[in-house]
Design a protein around this ligand. Structure first.
Ligand SMILES: Nc1ncnc2c1ncn2[C@@H]1O[C@H](COP(=O)(O)OP(=O)(O)O)[C@@H](O)[C@H]1O
Ligand SMILES: Nc1ccn([C@@H]2O[C@H](COP(=O)(O)OP(=O)(O)O)[C@@H](O)[C@H]2O)c(=O)n1
Length: 224
């Protein structure tokens, strides 16, 4: 059995990781894995269970009930916990507000890193684009294609504010900055590790960013 080609993509919030990775996967007929969805889903479960997200021991206990499923086909994306659809619920601001608390717990990270490796290895597509914060450095440091997707803070805030029209732009920006600061204390996703190619999308529109990522993949392999 040949393993799918592993394309690792990291970057800060709003850099375009999810949307660009999904479109790249669709164009190359690859699978797509949104690792942030797993951290968000666990944060959602923690909130639903009435657990304090800062209580690491209680969060670790919640892992035992974490029956998580994620769609890896770029056209059939879903997130489920215990069979219930939480695709939309995990994007709520109350989840974003606590997700960094649970993401900094080493046992949570170890558990999810193993889960991501096994989901990627089980894919029946020729490749898989896996996006998150520590994919190029921890989940798959030996991946044949490793990309850091960046954009200026201004561009990232503007993209996210455009998505969440019911929230004041400043609030969205401040919350995003706070989350990036908390997250970057745990893993460095602002600087490319050795051998990682940076794609800076600040001056690119969406399609240009997708093309730039596909160019990096093609330069490394003959995929697509
Ligand atoms: N190069 C780009 N130019 C303009 N908008 C973009 C670009 N890349 C992504 N977007 C948009 O920015 C928003 C945030 O992207 P998303 O994929 O959610 O980022 P991330 O997963 O890194 O947080 C989405 O609405 C997406 O369509
Ligand atoms: N590989 C990853 C992916 C996400 N995360 C955590 O999960 C949270 C949500 O990730 P996400 O990718 O959905 O966030 P957005 O950038 O899309 O808003 C991040 O803020 C991190 O705390 C992580 O720690 N490691």
């Amino acid at each position: 059995m040949t393993l799918p080609l592993f394309v690792a993509v990291d970057g800060p919030a709003g850099s375009g990781k999810s949307s660009v990775s999904r479109t790249v996967a669709r164009r190359l007929r690859f699978a797509y894995l949104d690792t942030g969805a797993a951290y968000r889903a666990l944060a959602w479960l923690v909130l639903e269970s009435g657990i304090d997200s800062r209580d690491a021991a209680a969060v670790i206990t919640a892992l035992a009930d974490f029956d998580f499923e994620v769609g890896t086909h770029p056209d059939e994306y879903y997130v489920r916990i215990g069979g219930s659809d939480v695709t939309e619920a995990i994007r709520e601001p109350r989840v974003s507000a606590v997700v960094s608390d649970i993401a900094r717990i080493p046992e949570v990270r170890q558990y999810l890193v193993e889960l991501f490796r096994s989901i990627a290895a089980a894919s029946d597509r020729p490749g898989i684009v896996v996006e998150g914060r520590d994919i190029t450095t921890v989940v798959a440091p030996g991946a044949p294609v490793r990309i850091l997707l960046t954009a200026s803070e201004e561009a990232r805030m503007a993209r996210r504010s455009a998505e969440l029209q019911d929230h004041a732009a400043e609030t969205v920006g401040e919350l995003l900055k706070k989350r990036d600061q908390a997250d970057s204390r745990v893993v460095d996703f602002m600087n490319a590790a050795d051998g990682v190619t940076t794609v800076d999308s600040t001056e690119f529109d969406f399609d240009e960013t997708v093309d730039a990522v596909i160019d990096v993949i093609r330069a490394t392999t003959n995929a697509g």
